[in-house]
Design a protein around this ligand. Structure first.
Ligand SMILES: [Ca+2]
Ligand SMILES: [Ca+2]
Ligand SMILES: [Ca+2]
Length: 120
C-alpha cells in the first residue's frame, strides 16, 4: 500500500512536472518573443545622425556619426546625411550654386568651378 502510494506520488509529480513544462515552456517562449520583438520596435533607430552646425540641412562630412540616443534634446541640429563639406557656412552645401573662380567649393563637388572664361 505504501509502495503504491509512493508510486502514485511519483507518477503525479511526473505528470505535474510535464503539465507545468507544457504550460511554462510556451509562456516562456512567448514572453521571450515579446521581449525580443519589443526591444526591436521600441528600441533605438539604427540610423546614424550627423551634426548640422550651420543648419543648411546637410550634416558635417567630417563629423563622427552619432546614434539617435546621443542627439538628446538637440535632434533638430542633426541630419541623416553627411554631405556638407563646410558645416560652418550655410551657403556651402551640395545644393548651393558654385560661383566660378572664387576658390571656394560651394556645391561640395570636390573643387571650385573653373569658368574657362572668354576674358583672357
Ligand atoms: Ca550643415
Ligand atoms: Ca554648410
Ligand atoms: Ca566656387
Amino acid at each position: 500500500m505504501k509502495k503504491l502510494k509512493k508510486n502514485d506520488n511519483g507518477y503525479n509529480n511526473f505528470m505535474t512536472r510535464k503539465i507545468l513544462l507544457s504550460l511554462v515552456l510556451p509562456i516562456f517562449l512567448l514572453v521571450s518573443a515579446i521581449v525580443i520583438i519589443g526591444s526591436g520596435c521600441g528600441g533605438v533607430p539604427k540610423d546614424e545622425f550627423y551634426i548640422d552646425a550651420d543648419a543648411d540641412g546637410f550634416g558635417n562630412s567630417s563629423a563622427k556619426p552619432v546614434r539617435f540616443s546621443e542627439t538628446q534634446g538637440e535632434e533638430e541640429a542633426y541630419v541623416v546625411n553627411n554631405k556638407d563639406c563646410d558645416d560652418t557656412n550655410a551657403n556651402i552645401h551640395p545644393n548651393a550654386i558654385d560661383i566660378p573662380n572664387n576658390g571656394i567649393d560651394e556645391d561640395c563637388d570636390g573643387g571650385d568651378t573653373i569658368d574657362g572664361g572668354t576674358d583672357n
